[in-house]
Design a binder for this molecule. Structure first.
Ligand SMILES: *[C@@H]1O[C@H](CO)[C@@H](O)[C@H](O)[C@H]1NC(C)=O
Ligand SMILES: *[C@@H]1O[C@H](CO)[C@@H](O)[C@H](O)[C@H]1NC(C)=O
Ligand SMILES: *[C@@H]1O[C@H](CO)[C@@H](O)[C@H](O)[C@H]1NC(C)=O
Length: 263
């Protein structure tokens, strides 16, 4: 650009000087002839002008070409900027994704921790519930069922780990799903009569023993059973209508149970 400008300035100043010299010097004929003579000794002005015009034309072409290149470069620049913005957007999105993933991991860790705590609590419950064993005895005296099915209440508690057996109702309630073993012994003084007792699960008779005696001495009914129980299942002893039991207070009549293993 500077080259072009200086060339133009030089060209204009040369033309100006030439015009000036023709104006000042072209007054008289003799002077004109002198001037022409003088002029003829000068280099060919029209040739120089042509040369200069060519130079200007070349320079303007170069200028046009430079401007074109500049435009291409500007277009390239815009494209590069767009790619940069796009890359920055991608980086931002990746960072956001990363942050979201970290948040997910943190949330999952929290849930895992909570779950582990729940498992610990459950294990404690299961361990506590796993310790189940009881034995209870009928108190001193006679027990008559009368005309109903009597739930026998073995009110003398010898053992009751886990408190699954109620010495008030005589009912055992399974604290966990599992396999349990129950056994019982009852006694009566039987004289020309029979005696019986039932083992009951959830109100259904699952075992009943009978004995008939004539001598009036102590007669025992005794047995046991392994039971698979769900949480909350109930097991107890029942004396059917019209029967009696007698215990001397020496723990002859007992009801026992314990958890073999949870399921
Ligand atoms: C046993 O006793 C019951 C009543 O207590 C009686 O109904 C039954 O017939 C007796 N059985 C025998 C074999 O004596
Ligand atoms: C059982 O009772 C009879 C009489 O009823 C008695 O003679 C006997 O000694 C008693 N047996 C026992 C083992 O107590
Ligand atoms: C019966 O069990 C009780 C505990 O409830 C005990 O104190 C008592 O000594 C036992 N009786 C006999 C005769 O073993």
């Amino acid at each position: 650009m500077m080259g072009i400008m200086s060339s133009l300035v030089m060209l204009l100043s040369m033309c100006g000087a030439l015009t000036q010299s023709m104006k000042t010097e072209g007054l008289t004929h003799s002077q004109t002839i002198e001037a022409a003579a003088a002029f003829s000794t000068q280099p060919d002005v029209s040739a120089e002008l042509k040369e200069l015009r060519d130079t200007v034309a070349k320079l303007s072409l170069a200028l046009q070409s430079t401007q074109d290149e500049l435009k291409v470069m500007e277009a390239d620049n815009i494209a590069v900027k767009e790619r940069l913005v796009s890359s920055e957007t991608q980086i931002y999105e990746l960072k956001s994704e990363n942050a979201a993933q970290r948040a997910d991991v943190t949330a999952m860790q929290s849930r895992l921790l909570a779950t582990e705590t729940d498992v610990d609590v459950l294990q404690m419950h299961v361990q506590a519930a796993s310790k189940v064993a009881f034995t209870a005895a009928l108190p001193l005296g006679h027990v008559h069922s009368g005309d109903r099915h009597l739930n026998l209440v073995f009110s003398k508690v010898l053992t009751n780990v886990g408190e699954a057996y109620s010495s008030k109702s005589g009912v055992f309630t399974a604290p966990v799903r599992g396999v349990y073993y129950f056994r019982f012994t009852v006694v009566d003084l039987v004289y020309n009569s029979g005696m019986t007792v039932q083992l009951s699960k959830n109100g259904q008779v699952i075992m009943q023993l009978f004995e008939n005696e004539t001598d009036g001495n102590e007669t025992y009914l005794s047995s046991g059973m392994t039971l698979e129980l769900e949480l909350g299942d109930e097991v107890n002893m029942v004396l059917p209508p019209g029967y009696k039991l007698f215990d001397s207070g020496s723990n002859h009549s007992t009801f026992s149970g314990f958890l073999l293993f949870p399921l």
